[in-house]
Ligand binder design. Sequence first.
Ligand SMILES: *[C@@H]1O[C@H](CO)[C@@H](O)[C@H](O)[C@H]1NC(C)=O
Ligand SMILES: *[C@@H]1O[C@H](CO)[C@@H](O)[C@H](O)[C@H]1NC(C)=O
Ligand SMILES: *[C@@H]1O[C@H](CO)[C@@H](O)[C@H](O)[C@H]1NC(C)=O
Ligand SMILES: *[C@@H]1O[C@H](CO)[C@@H](O)[C@H](O)[C@H]1NC(C)=O
Ligand SMILES: *[C@@H]1O[C@H](CO)[C@@H](O)[C@H](O)[C@H]1NC(C)=O
Ligand SMILES: *[C@@H]1O[C@H](CO)[C@@H](O)[C@H](O)[C@H]1NC(C)=O
Ligand SMILES: *[C@@H]1O[C@H](CO)[C@@H](O)[C@H](O)[C@H]1NC(C)=O
Ligand SMILES: *[C@@H]1O[C@H](CO)[C@@H](O)[C@H](O)[C@H]1NC(C)=O
Ligand SMILES: [Zn+2]
Length: 735
Amino acid sequence: MVLQRTTVICVISAVVGVALGLFIGYFSRPAPTAPIYPTENPTISKLLMDEMKADNIMNNLNTLTSRPHIAGREQEEIVLVDWIKQQWTEAGIDSIVVHPYEVLLSYPKQNDSNYVSIKLANGTEIEQSQRKELVIDEEQNDPNVVDPFNAYSPPGEPEGELVYVNYATIEDFIALNRTHNISTVDKICISRYGSIFRGDKAIHAELYGCIGLILYSDPLDYTVPWSEVYPKDWFLPPTGAQRGSLLVDDGDPRTPNYPSISSAWHKSDSSLTLPKIPITPIGYIDAIKYLSKIGGPEVPTAWKGGMNITYRFGPGFAGDHVNSSMKMSVKTTNQVATIRNVIGYIRGGVEPDRYVLLGNHRDAWVFGAIDPSSGTATLMEIVRGFGAMLKRGWRPRRTLVFCSWGAEEYGLIGSTEWVEELQKELRARAVAYLNVDIAVEGNYSLAVDGVASLSQAVFDAAKSVPNPNPSEVSSGRPTLYDTWKFRFPASVGDKPSYHGLSSGSDYTAFLQIIGISSVDLRYTYDESIGLASYPVYHSVYETFELVENLVDPGFKIHLAMTQVWAELARKLADVLILPVDCRLYASDLAQKRDVLYQQYGSKMETHGIEFSQLNDSILIFTTSANSIHERIASIDSTNAYETRMINDQLMQLERAFIDQNPLPGRVSYRHVISAPNQHDTYGSTAFPAVVDAMFDIDNDPDQAGRWDEVRRQYSILVFHILSAAATLNPTVPTT
Ligand SMILES: *[C@@H]1O[C@H](CO)[C@@H](O)[C@H](O)[C@H]1NC(C)=O
Ligand SMILES: *[C@@H]1O[C@H](CO)[C@@H](O)[C@H](O)[C@H]1NC(C)=O
Ligand SMILES: *[C@@H]1O[C@H](CO)[C@@H](O)[C@H](O)[C@H]1NC(C)=O
Ligand SMILES: *[C@@H]1O[C@H](CO)[C@@H](O)[C@H](O)[C@H]1NC(C)=O
Ligand SMILES: *[C@@H]1O[C@H](CO)[C@@H](O)[C@H](O)[C@H]1NC(C)=O
Ligand SMILES: *[C@@H]1O[C@H](CO)[C@@H](O)[C@H](O)[C@H]1NC(C)=O
Ligand SMILES: *[C@@H]1O[C@H](CO)[C@@H](O)[C@H](O)[C@H]1NC(C)=O
Ligand SMILES: *[C@@H]1O[C@H](CO)[C@@H](O)[C@H](O)[C@H]1NC(C)=O
Ligand SMILES: [Zn+2]
């Protein structure tokens, strides 16, 4: 009986259970025709923007900058990684994965920091440079502050005659050699920071025979005349020195092109591509001691800095110090350390295998209040904002991926290793990578660079964000876009300026190695005042107080950056047809072609290069670009196959410009349309392989060989434009 009753109850509950299951299942399943999630919910944009708050960003920045957090050390790899995981878990995103990599980093020697000095003939050292920057606020007294150094310099104590090499560009060294007849062989060279990436200065100094390189911040490039310095104003104090890496080939130097995972093969220490001469930075409080004593002829006007001295080339000191030499004491060494990327995911509701990535690095040289923590503080608020939308029942169409990179400062190491590790997946699935390194380095204007095909999407996002500057609003410029267009107008058209990307932050591996459409956003200062960067860049003075009191009091600009970054990501993740405009790519190619033609056209033609081939390929690309947008205009948006097909073509366009081989002379860059400049990683070169092949070609005795290489690179370029055009065409040719 009991048994029977139990059986009956079981049967009844089974029937009810199945029915209930079916019932719940039926209602939780999508209706077959309507998508589960609206293709674009216009209220989400506003809800998301209203959700994010300036005060939260301020608190994030305060937490991030409370201690120095250099890559490979506990504060950065343990404390902040745990904090981010905990914050993102609270935000309610779907999953969080930490990717550790064991990589080669570099540090100065604690308690025996680097310095430079003048060595008298009897061996006494005088005028030693400061080993530490002067402590201004008590927090800078932290033992975790790493003293000024340049990462990956070898240790060494070279001595020799001093030569001033201006910015140490390739042109500066050529001018010293050919125009000024000044040899840098076996000399200690001193270069001011600015103009190009410091790692390229190191390469040039080594190439031209210097035995040591001192990098200093000249007041002309890091202050304005008569200005106060930090903490009264934001300009660089005399004792401030710029830390920074010398690594030119991105990623762990021991594993070029492949990830530093546990199974990785490592290059031997002696075969690494790293600087071979000792290099270290100093402030202008010290540089003036050496440059005021240097001898030799006076430098031309363009080489003069802002110190009240006569700038001379050298070699060596003059007057009382004619028998003295310059000495460097560099104790910097390489060390293996574990770095970590924190990756968070919000799964797409409709196309979970399509990724829109937002990335920012976490590591700083010291406190990093601007670089990169202004960016990290905004990324944290974006994740919280998207989490709040999830809690309201929203879910993006495509997957959002949030990336907190490790060891960017050392040479884009965290992002490069991750892209190397996940490259197959990313090539197949990544829609776009949106980078913010520094979110706010000034109060002048938004400044965005990126691939041409995303410029309109960026403009649209900027148009939807209210202007954080009230005086701009009252001048009739209500949005971020208006001030951007007003302050940085494009040279052609009624648009803001928007250029291609080279290198200098974590978009590099995405764009230059695997061809993922990338964008880099920041809010910047007025460039016309002639600064080489924001003044306290990579010094101990990049503090929370600097941002709170001088750069962005009230954190309104940070909030605007959060909104524009989030809105751009949301659009790319939510809109049915990707906001990628191939026609903009076509006009960008034509513009680049015009510049190439102006600069090199007649010379190339005299060496048998037919410009009509490039012209024709761009015309064919333009036709294909126009036709895909005609197809989009008449698309059946209820046909998932059709929309997915178009979206795949849009997503893959950038990949078509990636060569299977690295560009000549580069370890991993493969993008044939735009790459970092051969002699300045921060600069950008259009049609890089062709232009590089012509560098200083007139002075090469091997004219035939060099021009043959130009012709080879030109044919590779034309091939890529034609094949990119083909990827935009419908399935099969119609004849
Ligand atoms: C460095 O010097 C400071 C002050 O002289 C001392 O307190 C500290 O223990 C030293 N650290 C090391 C690693 O020698
Ligand atoms: C070296 O020369 C300087 C300047 O003439 C002098 O002050 C110093 O005492 C000398 N040192 C030695 C070790 O002779
Ligand atoms: C270049 O400098 C060297 C060594 O200082 C000197 O011997 C030579 O005459 C100079 N050449 C010219 C063209 O001035
Ligand atoms: C200039 O460079 C050439 C080629 O390396 C070298 O032979 C010459 O000595 C250099 N001249 C000076 C003044 O350094
Ligand atoms: C620059 O140096 C000269 C000579 O030492 C001095 O007379 C002049 O007052 C200085 N100028 C400034 C602005 O400091
Ligand atoms: C430099 O050394 C030379 C040779 O020893 C000597 O004649 C000269 O007086 C010294 N000059 C100075 C300023 O010490
Ligand atoms: C922007 O910053 C500069 C320099 O600190 C300051 O003079 C200016 O008033 C600021 N502008 C606004 C609108 O806050
Ligand atoms: C190619 O295009 C450039 C720039 O528009 C133009 O000046 C040139 O005449 C064209 N050359 C040929 C051969 O079509
Ligand atoms: Zn940075």
